[in-house]
Write a protein that binds this ligand. Sequence first.
Ligand code: ARG
Length: 495
Amino acid sequence: MSDHKNAKNTDDTAHGEAGESQTQQQGQGQPQSQSMWGGRFGAGPSAVMQEINASIGFDKRLYGEDIAGSRAHADMLAATGIISADDRDAIHEGLAQVKAEIEAGDFTFDPALEDIHMHIEARLREIVGDAGARLHTARSRNDQVATDFRLWCRGAIDRLDGLYTGLIEALMNAADTHAGTIMPGFTHLQTAQPVTLGHHLMAYVEMAMRDKGRLADCRARLNENPLGAAALAGTGFPIDRHMTADALGFDAPMANSLDAVSARDFALELLAALSIGATHLSRLADEIVLWATSAFGFLTLSDSFSTGSSIMPQKRNPDAAELVRAKVGRISGAMNGLMMVMKGLPLAYSKDMQEDKEPVFRAVDDFELCLVAMTGMMEDFHPNPDAMRAAAGQGFSTATDLADWLVRELKMPFRDAHHVTGAIVKYAETRSLMLADVPLAAMQEIEPKISAGVYDVLSVEASVASRTSFGGTAPENVRAAIKVAREKLIVKEPK
Ligand code: ARG
């Protein structure tokens, strides 16, 4: 589920690490000037400068993307004659060793080296010497980090897309099983009209398909290569940005070097797509919570996705659903947080933008967990059709069917039919009757032309079966919708 186990979830240790070295440095006097950019600096940064500046605690997750970007850059530098083939080969060997060390947990992270880019480069120089020092030709950390982060987001989208497919399949399977299961449909959470559970679940399939589409749109727009924009203005070296774009699977180089290093709308767009997706998941999660209450009784929670209470032995709590319902707060918070970071930033790169990664990492982690948990809940879905069927008949849920019958059979204008139906509902309500149990004579007292045929439309079964309009709730429509959705899912994902 997660991308790079070793380098993940280090956010909370970042400050701890920085804090430790801070104390050491204070013990040893002023730190030396920074080796990567310290040529014109006499003393090193103050300890607190180092602490606020370091991003290694969280951006170590980008090591794979950073190494991929460096490989592509080195190949391009060699192909354009900017570095020698020998240097290129040395860089490749060195990067392979760095990668292996990081993955083996054999790599020393040091906040003095700020970020993942400097860590990898510094270690590369230790391993291969001058060749490693030539890697940064015609490149800046500004285009480097933009490239790494786009690659990371692209990988995250691909993982999320696969998880969405799993959720959609689980929803469709449950919808298939329950294409004909009758439940109350609600508006204002008041019983409105009977619907099928399959139809209800397929509504979430539609949402999830659009959410998946939003991620695909985001992926298509983000898939351009910032590398080669250098610090902000491009470079005088004869680089080939199309070559690095191809090597990294980007569709094209980004057209404007200032935009390439400054743009973070791809991250905002991803967070926006996740916020909308999380909103949808929270609605489904809420229905699980609601349906599992004893007041509703529509669902029995599976053991795997509920917890007991330490004091009330009878309790079975829908914690997983509640947490999925809650996560949207963190995810949309991440989006809003990054919006505020980006607002009003002048072109081109500003260090503010280093704060782009944590919200995205956290939101993606949260969202992956939500998708997996929701898929699990849908695979383990135990509705109680009897309780749903009984509730569907309550609340005069077929009143609209009665009004429609009056329109169809007696050619009554709908507004008049609505009025007559209201009178019949009132009669039933005052006598605690279901609509189907109101005697014909009583109905005829309200509208003399009503005939016995009306009882054909008053059952919940007849009601749902009649709703065959395109997109309606009839069981046959649900089965057809599942078929269409399955085809869409397969077409979009050629295996
Ligand atoms: N760690 C930095 C970030 O994430 C990398 C870019 C730093 N560039 C610079 N000019 N200081 O944004």
